[in-house]
Ligand binder design. Sequence first.
Ligand code: G3P
Ligand code: MG
Length: 399
Amino acid sequence: MKMEFLQILRKSATSPQNRRRVSSISPNRLFSSHQIHSHPPPPPYPASFGIAFDIDGVILRGDTPIGGSPQALKRLYDDSGTLRIPYVFLTNGGGVPESKRAMELSKLLSIHISPSQVIQGHSPFKQLAKRFENELIIAVGKGEPVSVMSEYGFKNVLSIDEYASYFEHIDPLRHYKNWMNQQAGCENSSSREMAMRNDPCSQRVQAVFIVSDSVDWSRDIQAFLYLNIVLCDILSTGGLPGRKISSQPPLYFASDDLSYQGLFPTERLGMGAFRIALESIYNRMYPNVLEYTSYGKPNPSVFRNAENALVQVVPSSMNHCINGQYPFKTLYMIGDNPSVDIRGAKQAGHPWFSILTRSGVFKGKENHTIYAADLVVDTVEEAMDYILRKETCQSGRST
Ligand code: G3P
Ligand code: MG
């Protein structure tokens, strides 16, 4: 599965078609702030376009709105606060259920955002809920990984911290980690009760889900080793730590970002970096290579899911114009990471149009040399200027 996915990515990145696309980007498609003078008025209905916003490095850095994002997003609503242009957030981040993330974003950006507008790296895990519904699975990562998986319908979930706590000597450094001791067991008491009834030590772990960035691994090498050793134990023994090596249960990563922007001036290590570390150690220690599946952008299926989500959020005032037809001529992906957001939109093909901002991972003057976007701007606000101007003109109505 891993090989298949990597092959798709590799093929797509090096295909003559994509090379042609890269080299055909002309510099005059770059869009800079001095070209923008005023906000165009709202486009007429029906809008035949939708927008997918990356979050980190485009809308927020940490919890701080950037690039005029609150103002940019406000333009997607009418004066009464009703949505008039369909849009979603398409992020590789996560760690809390979509409903909670929607509430957090609504508060930070002062607009109403519904859970159906939030697609996170781990959102596709929902599709695996039936398969692992009552099986013991381990959820790894910051925030509330157990709540995320429980909300998707997984009924027998333990966080890796909690799971590890059932094995007395699994982590020789545990007693030095006060923060880890406090965290274990406080997230989801019903999962814990179920696990205790069923004795997790004797149950086979059926799958491991890396829901969000593993806590503290980039800040604290000990935490990193702890998580990897526990994972290696689970994975190399067919889900029964301490027993003999057997086949590996499935391992799923919500995304494979090597890095992301965050609040710090330079990029921070992401889930992909954690994956590389885990894979390297695992492959050095055990006879079989680590097998895994990674979700998230740039996987084309994520963009297809976003299209479906966008169709669902088309404002009800536009429904009569759609008549059961696919409504979009153009879907804009606004992202800051060329190898994730832009590469993904380009691989997804029509009707995606990629816009690269300079507010996050990408900071170049011109376009990215490998994953060239259809348009490069400084901020999300400039991207919105471009989109609304273009869509308003194309409609043939006067501005
Ligand atoms: O952890 C967050 C990061 O990996 C990516 O977030 O919103 O840029 O896809 P985003
Ligand atoms: Mg980003």
